[in-house]
Design a protein around this ligand. Structure first.
Ligand code: FAD
Ligand code: N01
Length: 539
């Protein structure tokens, strides 16, 4: 019996975050008899889909594959309207999930966790919220999201702008009407690429401030019918997705298996064209060697450059839109609807920040050397402190009071992206070191939630008080993850995958590139063999 009195209400598990991960964790853990409290900073559920309400926000994993797979009843009750659903539909879906499985009664919204410390004697996590509320639990699961902590852009004078500044990552719920306004958008990653075409349709004039041109493929979004989402179709897709490195469904024979250079130039072109017409992220899998640095990757880059020139007749504008200096895929591929066509409009100006960098934001607008662009509104599509940002924002202390930020000073180190040595009874969902953002996140979230729930059940059955990744297992996993990433293009780009978008952040390629099937096998082996990579302390 512990001598440390529980601080505040005590649970089996506290989950931080109520997006896809937090919702499914609550459902799983509660149905296995655990007492669970979910703490969420927002005033509603949905995570990513609660916050990112900018015009054009939608998924780029097909809706039917982005939907939870755990309930046939839910499948039957919900219908997706589009191949790639818009944010309001996905948020409505997640709210339906919360209602259908009666989740809200255990979710505490408007609650930001500011610290979490491990009480070694009691084997419990003690959490404190921004409002000073204290709660404790045997296990703490961080379902805080990989793309949930907006990055603070390093642009001088940002606060001095006289007009409104909107962040795509925390867009006003009531929407924004840009009619008649001169609008500036800074940022041309996935968020900017989705928002820019729609803002251009509304604004009097749109100025797009581009620092890096991205590789972009078309969505070819379209309406879905009931036949697209029968139970048989969903089952087939889910089963196919399990075998795909990215966790997305391809039918047998749909993907070419030959290295790019074993085909003639015409055959390669035809293959790229086929996937371009299909639309979406499948372009990344056109050739098995595409994501290795070399000729295959350069062939893909050449194909995408050609497409830009076809879509944008003004050669000077097309040249600015052509990505330079990094391989295809090393920064996340964007998926668009009407992005390039937007730059053919008379009311859109593309500002090349590599030629004229932003000097500062002024009360009147944005000054790039040597001109000042006057604006009525500014939109920041400047991205996230990805994968570690939301965790770093919480003062997390493990054994001996060691801070997670200290343990990760040189980049995140985890065992399987699920657990950190020195931080017993703490789990991370889709953490660094797991396929996470390189996969269909819904699939990877479900896999993690089941693994964590199984593990917690095992510990209860075997009367184990604490579980902690061993330093040896962690180091071996970190080394393996680095080894599989090394020959790929991923570590090369100055991307958020590597922390390069946040000044001062350690440069480490964070997700696991070994693929969903190999990763799942490693997790299953760990559980099947009784958690040999972990130290277990009996109660
Ligand atoms: P999140 O949805 O990020 O939820 C985390 C929650 O934790 C948030 O609600 C946050 O408020 C809360 N939180 C964080 N810190 C604290 C704290 N200290 N205290 C309390 N609460 C806290 N992935 C795909 O696979 N396919 C897609 O098409 C896709 N599209 C995307 C589009 C956008 C615009 C973005 C930004 C991401 C997209 N992603 C996509 C990735 C997406 O983040 C995941 O698919 C998924 O939604 C993540 O769910 P989650 O529950 O793990 O995290
Ligand atoms: O963020 P980003 P995002 N001055 O980091 C620029 C997911 N997602 O929100 O590349 C000028 O990709 C920055 O320029 P640079 C998806 O995983 C999915 O768009 O650093 N510019 C870049 O252009 C995605 O990858 C969807 O040179 C500055 C942009 O801002 C991830 O979320 C939709 C700057 C940031 O791009 C993040 O996407 C949306 C500065 N100081 C998001 N600072 C789907 O389609 C930054 N930039 C499903």
């Amino acid at each position: 019996m512990s001598t440390v009195p529980p601080a505040g209400p005590d649970y089996d598990v506290i989950v931080v975050g109520a997006g896809y991960s937090g919702l499914y964790l609550l459902h799983q853990l509660r149905s296995r008899g655990r007492s669970v409290r979910v703490l969420e900073a927002a005033d509603g559920v949905g995570g990513t889909w609660y916050w990112n309400r900018y015009p054009g926000a939608r998924c780029d994993i097909e809706s039917v594959e982005y939907a939870f797979s755990f309930s046939e009843e839910l499948d039957k009750e919900w219908r997706w309207n589009e191949r790639y659903s818009a944010q309001p539909d996905i948020l409505a879906y997640l709210n339906t999930v919360a209602d259908k499985f009666d989740l809200r009664r255990d979710i505490q919204v408007n609650t930001t966790v500011s610290s979490a410390g491990y009480d070694e004697a009691a084997h419990r996590w003690r959490l404190v919220t921004q409002d000073g509320e204290r709660l404790s639990a045997q296990f703490c699961v961080m379902a805080t999201g990989c793309l949930s902590k907006p990055k603070t852009p390093d642009i001088a004078g940002l606060d001095s702008f006289a007009g409104p500044t909107y962040y795509t990552s925390s867009w006003p719920h009531e929407g924004v009407d840009f009619t008649g306004q001169r609008v500036g958008v800074i940022g041309t990653g996935s968020s900017g690429v989705q928002a820019i075409p729609l803002i251009a349709e509304q604004a009097a004039h749109l100025h797009v401030f581009q620092r890096t041109a991205n590789y972009i493929v078309p969505a070819h979004n379209h309406q879905l019918t009931d036949e697209d989402q029968t139970q048989e179709e969903l089952a087939a897709r889910r089963s196919n997705a399990l075998d795909c490195p990215l966790g997305v469904a391809f039918e047998a024979g749909e993907l070419n298996q030959l290295p790019a250079m074993e085909l003639t130039a015409e055959q390669r072109e035809a293959e790229f064209e086929r996937l371009w017409r299909r639309g979406g992220l499948i372009m990344m899998l056109a050739f098995p060697d595409l994501l290795l640095e070399g000729e295959a990757n350069e062939a893909a880059a050449a194909f995408l450059r050609k497409k830009i020139k076809e879509k944008v007749p003004d050669p000077a504008v097309a040249e600015i839109l052509i990505p330079k200096g990094f391989p295809v895929g090393s920064k996340r591929l964007c998926v668009d609807t009407n992005y390039y066509e937007t730059f053919n409009r008379d009311n859109v100006t593309l500002v090349d920040l590599t030629a004229t960098p932003i000097d500062r934001v002024t009360p009147a607008g944005v000054r790039t050397s040597p001109v000042e662009t006057e604006l009525d509104a500014l939109v920041m599509a400047t991205g996230f402190d990805a994968m570690t940002g939301a965790l770093a924002a919480i003062d997390i202390r493990g054994r001996g009071g060691v801070a997670l930020s200290q343990a990760w000073a040189e980049g995140p180190r985890t065992y399987l992206g699920l657990s950190v040595a020195g931080f017993p009874n703490l789990f991370t969902v889709t953490g660094p070191g797991s396929p996470s953002v390189l996969s269909n996140m819904r699939l990877s979230i479900e896999q993690h939630v089941r693994w964590i729930s199984d593990c917690i059940e095992y510990l209860a059955e075997h009367r184990i008080a604490s579980i902690e990744a061993t330093a040896a297992a962690q180091e071996s996993w970190v080394a393996h993850a680095a080894e599989v990433a090394a020959p790929t293009v991923y570590p090369r780009g100055a991307s958020w995958y590597t922390g390069a978008n946040v000044p001062g952040k350690a440069r480490v390629f964070m997700p696991y590139i070994g693929g969903v099937p190999a990763y799942r096998e490693a997790c299953e082996k760990e559980a099947d063999e009784g958690y040999r990579g972990f130290a277990l302390t009996p109660a």
